[in-house]
Design a protein. Structure first.
Ligand code: HEC
Ligand code: HEC
Length: 233
């Protein structure tokens, strides 16, 4: 009898364990079934301007070299708008009295995931690293603080503020906000994107500027510091 009980207990435990695994979220399956309709999860064979115009969400096939995982887990459960005027601003602006304004009614709220699904999806996203050499790793000096010149570079000299907001109510609206970029993005990604936006996102309307190495370091440090987290990642 004792043996039978033991056997039952073992079978019971085994059943429990297998039912737990069936219920644990499968990140890749979530991405395929719930996210692929709006996000490219593999690199499109040929990126044309139509891709930029028609995509419903940002490309995610290089998410693993772009985002900080803790941010992904948090944001997927409680998404806050990153692009004030949508993925493609020209389809979300209308004429205002003085200047064009964002037509908020055309912007959708992002879907929310449960904590378990967000963690599984974030794991699967971090495994998507895109083509080799997409970003330059290790060039950015994480220990160097932004010089007092950095803000000046960002706001005035290099005109980044024309398209990006930095959380003080100022800045343009056609690009992603950068006040949470330090928390959201890997510093190497910020560096590489600032250096050559079209290498990462072909056809994107952020201008490629000739920026000196020192200015690149400064701009990256400045953006990383905006969210008050110097040790992002
Ligand atoms: C109906 C279309 C749609 C679906 C479905 C969708 N997304 Fe999105 N997603 C968007 C849009 C639009 C944005 C841009 C939001 C913003 O900038 O505020 C976005 C942004 C994101 C971002 C930030 C990307 C960046 O470059 O800033 C991540 C990460 C993300 N989505 C993950 C997911 C995951 C994971 C799923 C599936 C569970 C999903 N999305 C489903 C439309 C969608
Ligand atoms: C003409 C508008 C414009 C200007 C000027 C501009 N950007 Fe951008 N920037 C963009 C757009 C558009 C994107 C990405 C669009 C997307 O992912 O939906 C972007 C993306 C970025 C990103 C990646 C952010 C993310 O969430 O993916 C960084 C970092 C960045 N820009 C930094 C800069 C810096 C630094 C400057 C100044 C040297 C600058 N930008 C000037 C339009 C601009």
């Amino acid at each position: 009898m004792i043996k039978a009980h033991l056997l039952a207990a073992i079978i019971g435990a085994g059943f429990l364990a297998s039912s737990v695994t069936t219920f644990a979220a499968d990140g890749s399956a979530i991405l395929q079934s719930q996210c692929a309709s709006c996000h490219a999860l593999t690199q499109p064979e040929k990126v044309t301007l139509d891709h930029i115009w028609e995509r419903k969400g940002p490309d995610l096939y290089y998410a693993g070299v772009k985002f900080n995982k803790p941010w992904l887990v948090k944001w997927l459960q409680d998404p806050v708008r990153i692009r004030p005027s949508g993925v493609f601003y020209r389809t979300h602006i209308k004429k205002g009295e003085k200047a064009d304004v964002v037509d908020e009614s055309t912007l959708i709220d992002h879907m929310k995931l449960t904590q378990a699904d967000a963690e599984a999806a974030a794991d699967a996203l971090m495994a998507l690293t895109g083509p080799e050499g997409l970003i330059e790793t290790g060039k950015f000096d994480k220990d160097k603080k932004a010089s007092p010149m950095a803000k000046m570079l960002f706001v005035k000299l290099r005109g980044c503020s024309a398209c990006h907001s930095t959380g003080d109510g100022k800045g343009g609206l056609s690009g992603p906000e950068l006040q949470t970029a330090g928390e959201r993005l890997q510093p190497d990604f910020i560096y590489s994107y600032t250096k050559d936006p079209q290498k990462i996102d072909k056809g994107v309307w952020m201008p490629k500027l000739a920026i000196s190495e020192q200015d690149l370091q400064n701009l990256t440090s400045y953006i990383v510091q905006l969210s008050g987290k110097k040790e992002a990642k």
